[in-house]
Write a protein that binds this ligand. Sequence first.
Ligand code: MRU
Length: 379
Amino acid sequence: MADQYAQIREDNRPIEIPAIRWDEPPEGPVLVLLDQTRLPAEEVELVCTDASALVEAIRSLAVRGAPLLGIAGAYGVALAAARGFDVDGAAASLASARPTAVNLSYGVRRAQEAHLAVLRAGGGEEAAAAAALAAARALHTEDAEASGRMAVHGLALLDELLPGGSHRILTHCNTGALVSGGEGTAFAVALAAHRVGRLRRLWVDETRPLLQGARLTSYEAARAGMAYTLLTDNAAGSLFSAGEVDAVLIGADRIAADGSVANKVGSYPLAVLARYHHVPFIVVAPLTTVDPDTPNGASIEVEQRAGHEVTEITAPLVPVAGVEAGGGIPVAPLGTQAYNPAFDVTPPELVTAIVTEEGVVSPVTAEALAELCDRSRQV
Ligand code: MRU
């Protein structure tokens, strides 16, 4: 344990293993993931040879975060096609692996439609599989580009809202390169501020129960050389009341047509705190996260996860002191029931702005959001 901790502390290299990559070894195509359940202690690749392995990786959060789930879903369809499996069956199980991030079903559908279009046009299986892969690659590239554009828009917005400042930004969950084809969403904005010398501090919520903030955002911030401080989720109120937060930057898993934002559980309390303390609450997400078919926050399906994630300390997820990986250390009496929603929903009136690759929506209204989506479709 001590050795492992020392390794975490001293290891400040840039992240070398991409969050996701397609590979074609002689044995056949595979999807290679950086296993996020093992971070920050170990950078281990997880090789998926079929869609069911990818579904398991999605459910266990080895691959996670809305934009990356979309990319993974698209590659998953391409994998099924390339290996000659039932593409529609694979698409159905991938799309339903987790319900909240709309990017997942979007990515799956995009690759599935590309595959189907070739078959309908009389093309063979090989050409259809190539089309599915091309769709996945296109989504991967587009997400990287969107990430760069969100960083530009987000930094400009910060400068507008907090002129001349050196910002203290609070973030929740994990929204960097680990969830994206590029440098992420909210984290990409903080990184842009860091690069131009305008990030005084990144406050990192630990993000109970699976500690995406402690394990993953700290990992990314350390490697980027950012000034960051980790706090327990319930310490955020003290930070606000001490006047230590200039802005909150978070990502999103689904944005409903009315501008309601589903994101990692704990985001909504931050929005309430931010409003009370007159601090901007900014959501950064690509347009693939906006779902015009979900009318409002109440219509967003929030994933409920297993109670043991709360009744046991589940991280670090690598073996420690005789505990098996994923085994967890019980912290509540046997049989304790747990409430464990993976996400919560913040109503649009608490959101100062939504930053997308096509620009900023502020104030957040259904009309302004629809207009931005329409504009991007016309481009
Ligand atoms: O359960 P997770 O780890 O997949 O949740 C991820 C989040 O809530 C992120 O904040 C969200 O996907 C935005 S990532 C750009």
